[in-house]
Ligand binder design. Structure first.
Ligand SMILES: CC(C)(COP(=O)(O)OP(=O)(O)OC[C@H]1O[C@@H](n2cnc3c(N)ncnc32)[C@H](O)[C@@H]1OP(=O)(O)O)[C@@H](O)C(=O)NCCC(=O)NCCS
Length: 177
């Protein structure tokens, strides 16, 4: 197993991994957005690869004050074998070298497995905090969703259905068998 930095050429494989692992596609997951992100801190976006296949990935970021963990995903068949822990530990090592003092992980409230996971690897739930967000470029959303859908089609997703959500364009799809 090799842990290495993400390259833009990995994008389709990592997108497939995110979707397989059940992560929601967000505007920041578009290829052009990911390209912007890796210009800032490429050493914090990691993949775990075995025999040319990406089995897990994690997107870390440092804003100068806090380290952040986003989109930790392990392909379903390789879950519960310590891969998520290995990626988080490597990310923590890299953040620590950059001077990060505290790392936060963004987890959906109803993602019980992820909550168990982060607790197990030493993260404490901050009951006092809520996450507020605001999109600065709403108009780009639909265009972004169309691009993403084309991509999903390319990697075998079928019957994509999209409609406007309150703040997001929501899509559902299934995989061709
Ligand atoms: C969350 C996730 C990344 C964990 O990765 P993983 O490689 O399976 O986790 P590990 O094998 O390193 O597990 C470490 C610990 O987390 C906890 N844990 C992980 N999966 C668990 C599960 N299905 N049920 C209960 N506890 C679990 C356990 O305490 C485990 O330690 P143990 O095996 O010694 O009991 C993986 O389940 C995943 O990709 N989930 C879908 C995507 C997702 O929700 N990502 C998080 C977004 S923030």
């Amino acid at each position: 197993m090799q842990i290495r930095e993400f390259r833009l050429a990995d994008y389709d494989s990592v997108l497939e991994l995110w979707l397989e692992a059940g992560l929601l596609f967000r505007p920041g997951d578009r290829k052009d957005e990911v390209a912007k992100k890796i210009k800032r801190d490429p050493e914090l976006f990691l993949v775990a690869e075995r025999r040319g296949k990406i089995l897990a990935a994690v997107m870390g970021a440092w804003d100068g004050r806090r380290g952040w963990i986003y989109h930790l995903a392990v392909t379903p068949k390789a879950q519960r074998r310590g891969l998520g822990t290995i990626l988080v530990r490597e990310l923590e090592r890299r953040m620590s070298r950059k001077g990060v003092v505290k790392v936060n992980a963004v987890v959906y409230r109803d993602n019980r497995i992820s909550r168990w996971f982060f607790k197990k690897v030493g993260y404490q739930l901050d009951e006092r905090s809520l996450l507020f967000g605001k999109l600065l470029h709403d108009k780009d959303l639909l265009e972004g969703a169309t691009t993403s859908l084309n991509l999903l089609n390319n990697i075998g997703a079928t019957r994509p259905l999209c409609g406007p959500g309150r703040r997001w364009v929501l899509c559902s799809f299934s995989w061709a068998s």
